[in-house]
Design a protein around this ligand. Structure first.
Ligand code: G
Ligand code: G
Ligand code: MN
Ligand code: NA
Length: 258
C-alpha cells in the first residue's frame, strides 16, 4: 500500500502541477567553470512542503505517470532554459533524467526534438540521463532507436549511476553513450584508499579509452575534487559545488560563481 499511496500522490502532483525541476551544477574540474546543470525532480506537497523524488519513485516505473512526469519536467526545463538564454546567461547544457517507462511512448525522441524546435532551442542545450535499466527491458529496441535518433541530432546521452549495474561494457558498445556518470558511492570513500579508489581509476581509464566524458557524482569535499582531477576526471557534481536549487536561484548562482 506504500506503492499505491506513492502513485496516488504522484497523480495529484501531476494533476495540480506540483512538480518542479531543481538544478544542480556540473563543474569542469580543470578551470572550475560551470559546464551545465542536472534537472532533478522536486514536488510540493500541500502540507509537507518540498519533497524529494523518492517519495513518489514508484511513479517513474508506471507508464502513464512516468510519461506525465517526464512531460512536466521537460516543459519546465525548456521554459527555464528560454528565460535564462533570453537574459543572456550561459547555463551550459541541462541534463534531464528519463526512466524506462518514458521510452514506451511512441516516438520519444521525436517528441523531445519537437519540443526543442517549438521552444526554438538548440539540441546542444539538452542532455539525457538514463540508467542501465532502460537497456534491460523487452523494449530495448525502442530505447536504442530513441537514443540513436537523439544522439544523431546532437543530444548527448549520459549513463547514470555508472558502476552499480550489470553488463555495462556491452551496453557502452551497443548504445550511443557520450558520458559516464560515476555513481556517488564510489566517490564518497575515495580518500580512504579503499577499493573504491581503484574502481574510480578503472572507470576513468575506460572513459579515456572509449572517448567518453566522465562526471563524478556526489563530490562533497575539495579533497575529493582534487583527487578526481589528478586522476583525469574532467567534471564533478555534488554538494561541494552546489546543492540542487530552484530555477530562481540559478542566475544568482552563476553570477556569484568564481
Ligand atoms: O534529487 P535526488 O537525489 O533526490 O534524486 C533521487 C533519484 O531520483 C535520482 O536517482 C534521480 O536520478 C531520480 N530523479 C530525479 N529527477 C528525476 C526525473 O525528473 N525523472 C526521473 N525519471 N528520475 C529522476
Ligand atoms: O540522477 P541521480 O540519481 O544521480 O541523482 C543524484 C542524486 O544525488 C540526487 O538525489 C541528488 O540530490 C543527490 N546528490 C547530489 N549531490 C550529492 C552529494 O554531494 N552527496 C549526496 N549524498 N547526494 C547528492
Ligand atoms: Mn541523474
Ligand atoms: Na546518479
Amino acid at each position: 500500500q506504500q506503492t499505491a499511496s506513492a502513485l496516488r500522490l504522484a497523480q495529484q502532483a501531476v494533476r495540480f502541477d506540483w512538480i518542479v525541476p531543481f538544478y544542480q551544477p556540473k563543474i569542469a574540474l580543470g578551470d572550475g567553470g560551470v559546464a551545465g546543470f542536472e534537472a532533478l525532480l522536486r514536488w510540493h506537497h500541500p502540507r509537507r512542503g518540498l519533497q524529494a523524488p523518492d517519495t513518489i519513485a514508484p511513479a517513474f516505473d508506471d507508464v502513464n505517470l512516468g510519461i506525465a512526469i517526464g512531460e512536466r519536467m521537460l516543459s519546465s526545463v525548456l521554459r527555464d532554459l528560454s528565460s535564462w538564454l533570453d537574459a543572456g546567461l550561459d547555463v551550459g547544457s541541462i541534463a534531464i533524467n528519463a526512466s524506462a517507462s518514458e521510452f514506451l511512448r511512441g516516438g520519444y525522441a521525436e517528441w523531445v526534438l519537437n519540443r526543442l524546435r517549438l521552444a526554438d532551442l538548440p539540441t546542444s542545450c539538452l542532455e539525457l540521463e538514463v540508467t542501465e535499466t532502460v537497456f534491460l527491458g523487452r523494449d530495448a529496441k525502442y530505447v536504442e532507436h530513441a537514443l540513436r535518433t537523439l544522439s544523431a541530432e546532437g543530444i548527448k546521452i549520459a549513463l547514470d549511476d555508472f558502476g552499480t549495474g550489470y553488463a555495462s561494457l556491452l551496453h557502452l558498445k551497443k548504445f550511443p553513450v557520450d558520458v559516464l556518470k560515476l555513481d556517488r558511492s564510489f566517490v564518497s570513500n575515495l580518500e580512504s584508499g579503499s577499493s573504491d579508489a581503484a574502481i574510480v581509476k578503472a572507470v576513468l581509464s575506460l572513459g579515456q579509452n572509449l572517448d567518453l566524458r566522465v562526471v563524478a557524482e556526489g563530490v562533497e569535499t575539495s579533497a575529493q575534487a582534487s583527487l578526481l582531477w589528478e586522476q583525469g576526471c574532467d567534471f564533478g557534481q555534488g554538494y561541494f559545488f552546489g546543492r540542487p536549487m530552484a530555477a530562481e536561484a540559478v542566475p544568482r548562482f552563476l553570477r556569484s560563481w568564481p
